[in-house]
Design a protein around this ligand. Structure first.
Ligand code: ATP
Ligand code: MG
Length: 199
């Protein structure tokens, strides 16, 4: 079958999902004429989860709340369902076999772009997906740091830079400071209701 639907993959911990993620996804959707963006929360080993972060089902619920008003955004829980450590290559292989009409574009922020050569089975992954890179403040992208074969698989799109991270949101909550407008209103309400990241 022809892979004629173009799907962006937005993978992350989403602990919690914030407006930087949404703007990155929407920028890629718009600039690269994608049909949809699928948000795929990463499974986090239980030991790490307890420390400061939220449980998987809560992270997933926040993703669903954040994207509910955009029909082209979907939440896909395959990494949570698989459990254990998730490698992007396994996720993409599973997505490709389940969706023979789709081609995939992996959206990544600049903090992860320079690490791409270290990703598990990156050569195989790069033969299956193209990467769409977006810049985060303080993390300029230098594609010359990537080998040629990988650089040719990365497309950069420019977005208004958003200096928001989930780490910063968690520490603000812990310090009793406000995170309002860093996340969408439904996500904000849920975080407050659940008392998330307070300790
Ligand atoms: P943490 O601080 O917990 O690592 P994070 O804000 O980096 O959280 P992740 O879930 O780790 O969020 O990121 C998922 C993906 O979204 C990554 O590719 C990351 O580079 C990208 N991303 C996160 N925040 C931004 C942002 N503000 N602008 C652009 N891309 C972002
Ligand atoms: Mg991160």
């Amino acid at each position: 079958m022809n892979r004629n639907r173009h799907i962006g993959i937005m993978g992350g911990t989403f602990d919690p999902i914030h407006v930087g993620h949404l703007l990155a996804a929407n920028t890629a959707l718009d600039a690269c004429a994608l049909d949809e963006v699928w948000f795929i929360p990463t499974n986090v080993p239980p030991l790490k989860e307890g420390v400061q972060g939220a449980a998987a089902e809560l992270r997933l619920r926040l993703v669903r709340l954040a994207i509910a008003d955009e029909p082209r955004f979907k939440a896909v829980a395959i990494e949570l369902a698989r459990g254990g450590v998730s490698y992007s290559i396994d996720t993409v292989r599973e997505l490709e076999s389940r969706n023979p009409d789709c081609s995939f574009y992996y959206i990544i922020g600049s903090d992860r772009i320079h690490d791409l050569p270290q990703w598990h089975r990156i050569e195989e992954l790069a033969s299956m997906v193209r990467f769409i890179g977006v810049e985060r403040p303080g993390e300029p992208i230098d594609l010359n740091r990537l080998p040629d074969w990988l650089r040719s698989r990365v497309e950069l799109v420019s977005m208004p830079q958003v200096g928001i991270s989930s780490t910063d949101i968690r520490s603000r909550r812990q310090a009793g400071r406000s995170i309002r407008y860093m996340v969408t209103e439904p996500v904000y309400s849920e975080i407050v209701k659940e008392g998330l990241y307070e300790s």
